[in-house]
Design a protein around this ligand. Sequence first.
Ligand SMILES: [Zn+2]
Length: 464
Amino acid sequence: MPDKPSTRRDDHLHRRSFLKSAGIATATTALGMASAWHLAYGAALTKAQREKLTPDDIIDLMKKGNQRFRLGKESPHDYLAQQKASAKGQYPAAIILSCIDSRAPAETIMDLGIGDCFNARVAGNIANDDILGSMEFACKVAGAKVVLVMGHTACGAIKGAIDRVQLGNLTGLLAKIQSAVDATSYQGERSAKNYGFVDAVARKNVELTMAEIRSRSAVIAELETIGAVKIAGAMYNLFEGNNGSGYWGDVFHGTSGLNTVFRNRAVGWETGKTAVTVPVQLESYNRFDNIIGNVLGQFGYHTTYQTSLGVAASASIYDLGAGNTEGLVTVLSDSLVASTLMRWGNYDVVNAAVRFVNSEVPSGISSYANPVPASQTLPPSFYLSAKPSWWPSGKVWPPIGPDVTGGNIPNLAGHAYTIPAQDCYANVMGGPSDGSGTILTFNANTCYAIARPAPPTNLTVVVK
Ligand SMILES: [Zn+2]
């Protein structure tokens, strides 16, 4: 999913300042999931191994495989051995429906081996009778336990459907995506040139395809009802471990949703500014976000917990669901932004407390409700399995969160330490304490003299 640039007060700036002083940990995945169930990479999945796995186990393993792919740490595969082992019989755990796009090969980005999954590929990952028949074979006959519909960003088939491209047999295929184009509610330019819109349609297309599988395949629907099969879709961004000004969801240059903001320190303030100084600002249609374990606000400046003022907001921690007017265009306010937002375990300077408040979890909404978590314990990271090897020895990890104590940023009840990138920015590069000022030159060797982290690999940047 894309992020959400805005006008001059400005999501570009907000997001970028989040990123610029962050350095670590902005994992962006678009419609990605993956697998990691191999017990031995020289062998294919066996019947006994598959029997032990629940659909949720399989989805979890898929996510871990995608994590390995994103970190550039794919498992070593002995494809010849996998081929030999699976020649006598196959016991794939899942069927994946994905697009033909050469840049989104499901097995590769999920670090899968031979015999691990069925793979149905068709432009725009739509479900037709033949695809549904293939899924029914995969699940009912061959025993797969997960149906994963995987769309992707910048999809040519989606763009073609938006542009109503007419070309031979492609015309009929693209017509099957048209309902997703029509069903995508979007403020902004509805064209194939607008990446934000293209990706919003791709997400809607995954949702509609999942619904279509359920409604048009009685076989799969029944397997799902009895818990033998799970149908899943995926598309999200994770913003984790950053220190920056704030998180902004705009209306004019594209909304987004389903994003997760985890263990960040968002100050929502800058010297001399009194407008749009809000750590978490989500305008209309930025729905279903998750704000978890963050430390929010500037002590002595923020005085209000929540408002719905939009660009007029100044000293509130959250500003939720406001519309906006620019020129002749008015976007109305949207109460679903607040009611679909999940907040859990965030510290803010207005309450001066960590909030685990049941009413801030969207457990009662009619679509896509999220149950109130049974636990107040948060994982250290949503994408790192352990403290990074380069992490400075004197620095607590994770550095930010409700369970962090003794933090060196004052007036936050000890819940936030400066992150290593921020230490470099302030102490080595000489950046101003509020993050304002001009662009500075970054040199990893001077920042991390002893334990310099390796350059990241497989980063995805979605430009919108
Ligand atoms: Zn595609």
